[in-house]
Design a protein around this ligand. Structure first.
Ligand code: C5P
Length: 445
């Protein structure tokens, strides 16, 4: 039925995305932008669930471009997948005709999210090593979009130290690992290794997409500090804290997705530098202070998400301190307050701080907002496995005349909401152009 408006019910009708530029502001919270998903299917028995996964993604208005590996074709047919996705399935890096229509690089750029489901132990290993012998792994290497993997394999393979170390490395690099589930397996055994339920994968992946945003920060420069600092005591010891940098890195990615030119000043973390931004690695609070001030003049927004040391040893001993007495004391001196110093500049950027507190969270945060002269502060309770070194967070954002609560959610989602809120207040405060560059992807029938 080619008269169908969206063409979605006709599996063989190709939907051509068209880009319509609009100049008026549309509230992006109410605007359902299409999410472009490259769905990689690899060769595991769970591939039989792929058509169902495609349907669950399509129900959420996603455009799904399937890329199969050769071994996936042993488990599910390209014909079935083309029928449910409404797009020709891609599998071969060397297919001249398909590459002429949309090359692997164009596919990598087109994707708002790359999802590999099921992901075998083998594809995880290939992605970890950066090997790209086929179309799917080439896209994984070439994309700047978030990547999510839904592993599915025999439980012994999943628990193998090689697979677990690959999982850990992938997670450190910001790749999302969805599942696996535990239960009975196709091999007749029971354990961890079942692919997550397709509906759960679809819901998570559509939530992951920072999409191309609405370009609300296009042309704006955003400087962000993230992670802990390390204050050396002697050549082998230092003072630090439990910050993982995940919140600051997620904010950096979300700001970049909104078109901002992002400068990320990062303390020592085990995260991969996000693509598409300038990243400066520092160790001490003093270095973070200096690098921030080298870049913050002329910036539009400054977000201080770093957990900067308040105090550092007065002197760094040139040699390792030997143990002698029962007690010893270290003399500490205050570190420069980066956030307060930026807010005190003549023409400061829109300045956002974080307040990690263990008690009186909101009262302490509001006091910081006022004493440091900030435009906004995000207050979070830390301790008891909250806030630091976790994947989710709950914050209350305060500004001079208001507040907004964000309940506990993934740091990636929270970052997107925070960046939207920051952009809204930045434009309201500065009276700058409030019309973001908006791109709406719609379907031709
Ligand atoms: O005063 P307090 O350290 O609690 O303030 C927290 C906020 O100040 C965070 O945004 C943190 O990044 C920033 N900060 C800073 N430099 C410091 C200490 C904190 O930028 N030396």
């Amino acid at each position: 039925d080619t008269t169908n408006q969206s063409g979605r019910d006709n599996p063989f009708q190709l939907e051509m995305p068209v880009i319509v530029g609009l100049s008026s502001r549309i509230d992006c919270e109410n605007e359902a932008l299409t999410v472009n998903i490259v769905l990689g299917i690899t060769g595991g028995i769970a591939a039989y669930k792929a058509p169902d996964l495609v349907r669950r993604l399509r129900e959420r208005d996603a455009e799904v471009q399937i890329v199969m590996t050769a071994s996936a074709e042993e488990f599910v047919t390209a014909t079935a997948l083309q029928a449910v996705s409404g797009r020709p399935v891609r599998s071969n890096l060397w297919d001249k005709e398909a590459e002429a229509a949309m090359s692997h690089i164009e596919l990598a750029r087109w994707a708002d999210v790359v999802l590999v489901a099921p992901a075998t132990a083998e594809v995880m290993a290939r992605i970890v090593s950066g090997a790209a012998p086929d179309l799917l792994t080439t896209i994984c290497l070439a994309t700047e979009a978030p990547i999510a993997l839904a592993p599915a394999m025999n439980h012994v393979m999943w628990n193998n130290p090689a697979t677990q170390s690959n999982r850990e490395l992938l997670e450190q690099r910001g790749i999302h690992i969805l599942g696996p589930d535990t239960g009975s397996q196709a091999c007749g055994e029971t354990g961890a290794g079942r692919m997550l339920d397709p509906d759960v994968i679809a819901a998570t992946v559509c939530g992951l997409s920072v999409g191309k945003g609405d370009g609300s920060l296009q042309g704006r420069t955003v400087v962000i500090t993230a992670g802990p600092t390390r204050e050396p005591i002697d050549p082998v010891r230092y003072i630090t804290n439990r910050s993982s940098g995940k919140m600051g890195y997620a904010i950096a990615r979300a700001a970049a997705a909104q078109g901002a030119d992002v400068i990320l000043v990062s303390g020592p973390v085990s995260l991969q530098p996000p693509p598409g931004m300038q990243v400066f690695q520092v160790n001490t609070a003093q270095e973070m202070f200096e690098v921030t001030h080298e870049h913050v003049r002329g910036a539009d927004i400054f977000v201080a998400a770093a957990a900067v040391a308040d105090y550092r040893p007065t002197e760094i001993k040139p040699q390792k301190i030997k143990k002698r007495d029962e007690r010893m004391s270290l003399e500490l001196v205050r570190c420069p307050d980066i956030l307060a110093s930026v807010a005190a500049l003549d023409n400061p950027p829109f300045t956002v701080g974080f307040a990690a507190e263990t008690e009186n969270v909101e009262a302490y945060a509001r006091a910081k907002l006022e004493t440091k002269n900030l435009d906004m502060i995000a207050a979070n309770r830390v301790g008891d496995d909250q806030g630091f070194d976790t994947d989710d967070n709950a914050v209350t954002v305060l500004w001079p005349n208001g507040r907004q609560e964000f309940t506990r959610t993934a740091k990636t989602d929270l970052a997107r909401s925070l960046v939207d809120l920051i952009a809204k207040h930045f434009y309201a405060t500065t009276g700058s152009n409030t019309e973001p560059r908006l791109t709406v992807i719609s379907n031709l029938d």
